[in-house]
Design a protein around this ligand. Sequence first.
Ligand SMILES: C[S@@+](CC[C@H](N)C(=O)[O-])C[C@H]1O[C@@H](n2cnc3c(N)ncnc32)[C@H](O)[C@@H]1O
Length: 411
Amino acid sequence: MDNTEPDRTEDLVEVVIERILPGGLGLAHVDGRTIFVSLSAPGDRLRVKIERVKGNVAFASVNEILEPSSVRIEPPCPYFGRCGGCDFQQMNYASQLDAKAEMIKDCLRRIGGIEHLPEFSITRAPNEWHYRSRAQWQYDAVQRQLGYFESGSRRVCDVAECAVLAPELQSTLSSLREQMEQGTLPDDARDFRAVIGDSEVSISGGVRSPTVREGNRIQTPVDITRTIAGERYRLNAESFFQTNADLLPQLIEAALDDARGERALELYCGVGLLTLPLARKFTSVVGIESDSAAVKFAQSSLSLAGLSNTKIAREDVGTWLASNEQNLRSDAPDFLLLDPPRTGAESRVINGILGCKPKRICYVSCDPATLARDLKKLIAGGYSLKSVVAFDMFPQTHHVETVVQLVSAQE
Ligand SMILES: C[S@@+](CC[C@H](N)C(=O)[O-])C[C@H]1O[C@@H](n2cnc3c(N)ncnc32)[C@H](O)[C@@H]1O
């Protein structure tokens, strides 16, 4: 039987999922049309509902599982499908890892134009569940709902128990929910953020009001300390901090690899997760970060560790590279590390990196597509890949962290 025949109902189509694409959607083809299916597994035979069409591409949801893939499992979370948080729970863990490895390779080949990848590995998470040490919960004061946004919407999916939260954060969520039920959460609250420290959780609450600017907080977070691989980091619920602390020692080791030398430059350094280990390996380090609170925390952690060889500049990375162009050309860093947000590095940042000609570059990325885009430019600028390793920092979701080491062709 031709299993790609359109169903009688116009917006229902039968498909077989070929593979999972970067971004987490399953890929299928029907009558020359490409169909992206959410929450599917490779090998699934499905009846899907076309939700949206854009040119020759249709976006669809699962209407009926006609024949489940051998890697499909029953998603254990009761909110699966409604909550926008986890989009990989329908696949067993081994196939989640396979899908992520394929996504990275696909991006590097297709977007990065990289034909020959160095040996590649993906490190599994020690905990497939209950790993999140940082979270953001949305609050709807009118409907009295607290949880995550529903998939593709700004409606709050009310979540009592979240299977990927570390136990300390589950307790925090439960206690906020108790306050919600007692009516003691502020009505103008928009969201709550929380991060786990060594001995306490830092929580912050955000306001929704036409008179209060976005980003204003009603519950001021306490500053906490989190120890990772022997280094003590100061932070609070408002700072960026990696979500999966279990994998951080291995991520740090992969990022710093065997790098050593005189000068290191770190772009997008945040609260200094990678800055402290860098400061122990290099004679001098400069970190660049635009968020003033993160800069303050990085400086405070360096000072508590007695590391005086490192300066943190509070500035936009592109602006800093442009205004330090001359110095960087005459005093090139031995090692340049960048860990940008999901959008990757702006073109002027890549140009600035190429202009200062570091001997080695380490790129830490949470988005394989923007990583591949940026690597293409770095490779065209005279660098070659030394290694590519990935870490499954976000089990049950399509997200993945990649660490790439590059060397200058002149080395
Ligand atoms: C993915 S985080 C990495 C932080 C740090 N490496 C870590 O692992 O904790 C990216 C950081 O870049 C900062 N950032 C984003 N855009 C920036 C820009 N244009 N200039 C400087 N810093 C920026 C954010 O504030 C955030 O701290």
